[in-house]
Design a protein. Structure first.
Length: 281
């Protein structure tokens, strides 16, 4: 823990007013697939590699997010979309095995898969810990709403340092992030942590509160005040980048830097909102 935190600054500590669209929006401007002798398209790996390099620059040295627009996936079968996610994801990191790849709203009631608004958070993932990158490929959008909401955790840190330095140190202490099982109690880490010269941010108020209670360690008044101060900054609309994901958009987020959320939405029950998700280490 740093006893005297310093501002992060730089391109990762952005607000919407400091971002340009070209900093995070990456239209596909060259063919990525071609028809093979069979019915399934084959990938142009050199083109995907170049696209991945541009995405990495935004994720690691830029704002920590990128939307790649224009994937040629309309009417593709699910197995081909899964293969594309895995193939492209492998150029960015190591894809993590997970139970939920393609996600359709309404298939179950798990938090994040219903039509309610989703509070700002970083993904917890499972063992070995939070994933480094999160990808969401939009296959079908909602009829209304469902906008993506993004906030720089580094910008939140710097505002806390400026406005509430008395509470910032509390967020460098460990919190439980688990859901209440024995294995979940191993999910213990601070909201802010410096690693190899970079500030890592992990946050999910809902799971922190649940896990602290389940672990028999209710939050102290100082911890509650620090989390409240964090949430007050998240509630400032001037901190939030918001946009609708269009079909064939791939949103990639550095899960160590950027918090994401979503507005509530309505949809056609015959053609539900549908995404493909991938976690990368």
């Amino acid at each position: 823990m740093r006893t005297n935190p310093t501002p992060v600054g730089g391109p990762t500590a952005w607000t919407p007013s400091t971002l340009r669209e070209q900093d995070w929006l990456l239209p596909i401007d060259q063919p990525l697939t071609a028809m093979a002798t069979g019915p399934q398209p084959e990938f142009h790996i050199p083109a995907l590699t170049l696209l991945a390099e541009r995405a990495k620059a935004a994720l690691e040295a830029g704002p920590g997010l990128v939307v790649i627009r224009g994937w040629p996936i309309m009417d593709w079968p699910e197995e081909q979309i899964d293969l594309l996610c895995y193939t492209f994801g492998s150029l960015l990191g190591t894809p993590r095995a997970q139970k939920a790849g393609l996600v359709t709203t309404g298939e179950n009631s798990r938090r994040g898969m219903d039509d309610q608004g989703l509070a700002f958070h970083t993904d917890r993932g499972g063992p070995p810990g939070p994933p480094h990158l999160l990808g969401l490929l939009c296959l079908r959008a909602a009829v209304h709403g469902g906008e993506s909401l993004l906030v720089s955790g580094h910008a939140v840190h710097d505002r806390l340092l400026k406005e509430r330095p008395d509470l910032l140190a509390e967020l460098y202490e460990d919190f439980h992030f688990g859901a209440g099982t024995v294995s979940d109690f191993d999910r213990v880490y601070p909201v802010f942590e410096w690693r190899a010269g970079r500030l890592r941010v992990q946050y999910n108020r809902h799971w922190i509160e649940r896990a602290q209670e389940a672990a028999g360690k209710p939050l102290t008044s100082c911890a509650v005040a620090a989390l409240d101060a964090f949430d007050e900054i998240l509630a400032d609309g001037d901190m939030v980048l918001r946009f609708p994901l269009r079909p064939c958009d791939l949103l990639l987020v550095n899960n160590d830097v950027v918090l994401h959320g979503r507005t509530a939405f309505t949809e056609d029950p015959r053609a539900r909102r549908r995404l493909a998700r991938i976690w990368l280490d």
